[in-house]
Design a protein around this ligand. Sequence first.
Ligand code: FAD
Length: 398
Amino acid sequence: MMLNQINWDVVIVGAGASGLMCAATAGYQGKRVLVLDHAPKAASKIRISGGGKCNFTNLNVTPANYICRNPHFVKSALSRYSAHAFIELVDRHGLEYEQRELGKLFCLHRASDLIQILRTECDWAGVTVQLKTQIGKVVALAENGFELQTSLGALVTQKLVIATGALSFPKLKASGWGYEIARQFGLNIIPTAPGLVPLLFEGKWQQRFAQLSGLSIEAEVSVGEHHFAENILFTHFGLSGPGILQASNYWQSGKPIEINLFPGKSDEALLAELLAVKQSGKTAQSWLNQAFPKRFTQMWLQLYPLEGRLADYPNETLKSWLHHLCHWRLYPADTAGYDKAEVTLGGVDTDEISSKTFEAKKQAGLYFIGEVLDVTGQLGGYNFQWAWASAVACGLAL
Ligand SMILES: Cc1cc2nc3c(=O)[nH]c(=O)nc-3n(C[C@H](O)[C@H](O)[C@H](O)COP(=O)(O)OP(=O)(O)OC[C@H]3O[C@@H](n4cnc5c(N)ncnc54)[C@H](O)[C@@H]3O)c2cc1C
């Protein structure tokens, strides 16, 4: 039978992480489920995520790992579908994975193994997945349900789930279509911005960082009260690496970020260490070379010169010189934008959505899950965990 001749219980737009997970969950409830996507392949973001290994969850998920205008919104779904629930699922399929730092779980071989698991779950649950399908107008029917204009013809469904993700990585067919549908039904959108994104610098800073391009060093990056002890990476355009991506979620234009180049050491402990080294007759250069690559030391001493032996300087001078190493304040010019951002901040306002079922409060039968919502995880598998958890909560409620 043609797909547009079936009265679907559920149509899900978006065959990404959340869409496929929701489809399988609803399919297992006995629903007739159709998943539509305009892309030629399902779940492209899973395929390229985590350097092709997909950091699919994190052992330490808490609501505090998410940015959302209503911080309570994520609690229900995250507690009902934990990282361990997802691990159980992949275990059942025999996926091999590894644990890396800070509780991050990655596929051991290929991220596409995970896509295969989701596709298999959809098959077992009797879900139909239709790719390369354009979706146009959506109309709410008078009785109940929706009609969708698509390149397959007009489709009718009782319930409609929007799982179209957000604006990051447009080359993977990301779109703002989910926001358009939300607006059509009168839902508020929290302004969007690129998240988990490299930071760009201008002028002298860009030149300095370009000279260090490819260098990665341990650091703690802070924005306001948010601190991330993870590596930073120098690039041709500025700074990247996990510490910077994390900080980018909280950075605001015109505001500084602060970098501590000796993470885990207090200012006092570091000063005591430097004063002990002072006794030994060493230079600042030789001391810095023990902690950093020579290229970095060179740049640092051009910025904050301290020539000759440490013993030639009073303690107060050394203290203020050290201050810059622990509280290096930098003003990024911009972010690298949606093209390079792993996620999108903002999205459909969660005040408009039930945190239990993910149904829109203003439109019965219309649901929003995954990244299209104003929920953004930190780096470390938290975004996929949100996709799984919101999808399962919704799938059970359909
Ligand atoms: C480079 C990169 C690396 C990442 N690495 C990680 C990681 O390791 N760990 C982690 O937790 N998160 C990671 N993320 C974030 C993660 O990929 C997303 O948060 C997650 O995929 C969101 O799931 P989703 O289902 O909401 O949206 P998506 O997975 O983006 O799926 C949305 C789907 O909707 C389809 N679609 C969009 N618009 C339309 C339309 N108009 N019509 C029809 N279909 C449409 C798209 O083609 C896509 O298939 C990464 C993201 C990127 C870009």
